[in-house]
Design a protein around this ligand. Structure first.
Ligand SMILES: Cc1cc2nc3c(=O)[nH]c(=O)nc-3n(C[C@H](O)[C@H](O)[C@H](O)COP(=O)(O)OP(=O)(O)OC[C@H]3O[C@@H](n4cnc5c(N)ncnc54)[C@H](O)[C@@H]3O)c2cc1C
Length: 413
């Protein structure tokens, strides 16, 4: 009997780990468990709908289930008791559950209506089954944050309907974008432009938008080559003129308070020349992610880990990806992490004194599990339902996903 490995989370880090394990040891029984009925984590629910090239990594991950023998157990949220059960039944258990809570700014007024967080907004825009309703952003938006997620949101909010052709942005989000009457977006970073976290290529892409006028205030100078690329990309945006959506880049401003009577009306900042207030109907924050309140108690596990740097929490229990490292890094950056952990797990498995554990028998037969075949039915239904200007029409509710995944016959026309 082969050794059994359970990976909690079928996002990029879980998939890269499964790939590395199965490449080295094709006989391992590797199971990917996800609380959602669908695999691939933030590739499906974080990567922007107009960046389909980035989402193409899904085709690589699909081989895991279609050729390499990994099994998918979707619609199963792992909490403390289930984690104990998994540890009792698998030779190794890996937490690859990501980080999904929005980090707070920690300023007065941040609970006012009109404060919207990037994770919540992207989930709503990208048809995540647990999303909140789409908010009304008003005419003037302050977007706090200078990472690629902030730039993704800026681009989507400023795109014309034609510029979304070929994406998988859903009907509700498309209608919502069309009804928002955004005139001004001020994107604010705490750091100077040279130290901003966004990639220059993401900024250059903004220069292709048809309906914007972009102003960059005080991007400054630097001798650092990476910073210089960012400043150069920002300088290139001055060619965008005449569009009705005004975008202003501001740098070196720290938010002090969101202000307003019953709803955000302005955001107060401190900067190099003292305090400054920017009038706004909404404050959109894109400043990173954290564990939040979740059933695995991630922060406690990671702080008490035996060897956190190597991904070892305790004998037989490991962590990888954003769950281990924190909310930093692109999809490919999870690969190196996963490969190093696979080497460690294989070495640990090789010296286990006990016989292999039963593995997936503890999961099969549980009510509501979505298998990989179930996901394929959802996938086929989504691509078949796409309109001419979309590559997919995502199903947004768990009930519909489950009905499709468990359907045994073709529906009668
Ligand atoms: C909005 C956004 C946009 C991004 N865009 C890009 C981009 O364009 N290009 C790029 O390279 N990188 C992008 N990234 C970064 C990239 O998404 C991450 O590097 C990557 O997704 C991290 O992988 P992960 O597997 O650790 O986490 P995740 O992708 O979050 O996967 C974790 C999985 O675990 C599951 N899970 C969570 N808790 C449980 C539980 N208790 N039980 C069972 N399952 C659970 C989740 O449902 C999820 O499927 C983006 C990130 C965000 C937030």
């Amino acid at each position: 009997m082969s050794r059994a490995v359970a990976i909690v989370g079928a996002g990029p880090s879980g998939c890269y780990l499964a790939q590395a394990l199965l490449k080295a040891e094709p006989d391992l029984a590797v199971d990917l468990i996800d609380r959602l009925p669908v695999p691939y984590g933030l590739v499906r629910y974080g990567v922007a709908p107009d960046h389909q090239g980035t989402k193409a990594v899904i085709r690589q991950f699909a081989r895991l289930f279609e050729r390499q023998g990994a099994q998918f157990f979707g619609n199963l949220a792992v909490d403390g008791p289930l984690l104990d059960e998994l540890r009792a039944n698998y030779d190794a258990v890996v937490l690859a559950a990501g980080l999904s809570a929005d980090r707070a700014l920690g300023i007065p007024g941040e609970d006012l209506p009109g404060v919207v967080r990037a994770g919540a907004l992207t989930r709503a825009l990208y048809d995540h089954p647990d999303a909140d309703a789409l908010p009304d952003l008003g005419r003037r938006v302050v977007l706090m944050g200078n990472g690629n997620v902030a730039i993704d949101l800026l681009r989507l909010l400023a795109k014309s309907p034609d510029e979304l052709a070929g994406s998988d942005l859903g009907l509700a989000a498309t209608d919502w974008l069309a009804t928002q009457e955004i005139e001004d977006i001020t994107i604010v970073g705490r750091s100077p432009a040279a130290a901003a976290k966004f990639d220059a290529v993401m900024v250059k892409e903004l220069g292709k938008l048809s309906g914007v006028t972009i102003e960059v205030v005080d991007a400054g100078e630097t001798t650092d080559p990476e910073g210089a690329k960012k400043i150069e990309a920002l300088a290139g945006l001055s060619a965008t003129q005449g569009g009705s959506t005004h975008i202003t880049f501001r740098f070196g401003l720290t938010p002090i308070a969101a202000e307003g009577d019953g709803r955000v009306e302005a955001v107060r900042f401190s900067g190099p020349s003292g305090e400054e207030t920017i009038v706004a109907d909404s404050l959109l924050t894109a400043i990173g992610f954290e564990a939040g309140v979740e059933p695995l108690n991630r922060d406690r596990l990671i702080t008490s880990a035996a060897e956190a740097g190597a991904g070892l929490i305790a004998p037989g229990l490991y962590a990888t990806g954003w769950f281990r490292r924190g909310p930093r890094g692109t999809i490919p950056e999870n690969r190196a992490d996963a490969q190093a952990l696979a080497t460690r797990i294989l070495a640990d498995l090789a010296v286990l004194p006990d016989a292999p554990k039963p593995g997936r028998a503890v999961l099969t037969g549980r009510a509501g599990i979505v298998t990989y075949e179930g996901w394929q039915k959802i996938d086929a239904a989504e691509t078949a339902a796409a309109s001419a200007d979309r590559c997919r029409r995502k199903i947004a509710t768990r009930a519909e996903m489950l009905a499709l995944a468990t359907a045994t016959k073709e529906p009668v026309e």
